[in-house]
Ligand binder design. Sequence first.
Ligand SMILES: NC(=O)c1ccc[n+]([C@@H]2O[C@H](COP(=O)([O-])OP(=O)(O)OC[C@H]3O[C@@H](n4cnc5c(N)ncnc54)[C@H](OP(=O)(O)O)[C@@H]3O)[C@@H](O)[C@H]2O)c1
Length: 316
Amino acid sequence: MASRQVTVFGGSGFIGRYLVKRLADDGWRIVIAVRDPEAAHFLKPLGDVGQIVAIPVDVGDKQAVRNAVAGSSAAVNLVGILYERGRQTFARTHVEAARHIAEAAADEGCGRLVHISAIGASATSPAAYARSKAAAEANVAQAFPGATILRPSIVFGPEDGFFNLFARMAVVSPVLPLFGGGMTRFQPVHVCDVASAIDRCLDTSASVGTTYELGGPTVYTFSQLMQIVVRETRRRCLLLALPYGVASLMAAFLQFLPVPPLTPDQVRLMKIDNVAGGGLPGLKDLGINPTAAEVVVPTYLARYRRGGLRGRPKFC
Ligand SMILES: NC(=O)c1ccc[n+]([C@@H]2O[C@H](COP(=O)([O-])OP(=O)(O)OC[C@H]3O[C@@H](n4cnc5c(N)ncnc54)[C@H](OP(=O)(O)O)[C@@H]3O)[C@@H](O)[C@H]2O)c1
């Protein structure tokens, strides 16, 4: 078993880029396992020469996953999808992949495995996304009982898919939708805090076999989050309550776009509060003081103002 080498599945994604930077600063050698290693090359300058390598791995390929963890003392699974497309189904990309990674990590002698799930993961959820996250957690716990499972609420940061989506809508549309009246609650967590949590779990024996829920310091309703978007983009947008039935109907069409902004499954997910339940440990138990969305979100939504500068990603 090599020392301080970690394989990060999904390391080129939104959370991955912040994690890779954090791990590189901590002296880890990092193997980024993604389908498209070219898309991960921008991460190489974050470390010393040879400290960060990207290799082609599809997590549905058991042998490729095994090769990717060979020689690593730890593994992190950040692979996730929000909607299904072709071979990228929840069953394959969440459930089977989690089993492939956990089994390979166990067999190849990785000391630590951190698996990123999501708040709301539940076998009884009405949303297929959340059910697949629960099934993935079960596979991980079975194959690698000492794994740490992290369940973030929505994650915010300069490249996030949530605030940026609605800010882009605020630029082109006179209305922003309040799905189901906008009363569903969220606890946005800063991407740097999620990266710090993963980094700490890799080195903290107390996190072995533990599940954490990662939420920020404040719980907001969806309506309050849309108010932040309107305020920080300085766009004149009406917040319009949209019954879930109408949202589902829209999603039935939007799901066929190449990158759908809304799917019927996401509408089902949006009916359920996305906040830490309080029964599981969280960021504070890992010694991390959560960052407020209202401190960071304005710094990158400013680029959507008229004449706003295009923000550049900042690493933490
Ligand atoms: N962002 C959030 O608000 C949020 C909230 C809760 C939970 N989470 C969870 O946190 C994790 C990371 O989220 P993220 O926002 O960083 O996701 P992301 O930006 O979409 O990144 C996903 C990563 O997975 C890789 N990937 C996708 N399919 C793959 C496959 N079949 N084989 C190998 N690699 C594959 C992608 O690279 P390639 O396409 O090049 O393969 C990419 O590096 C996910 O599990 C997500 O469900 C995220």
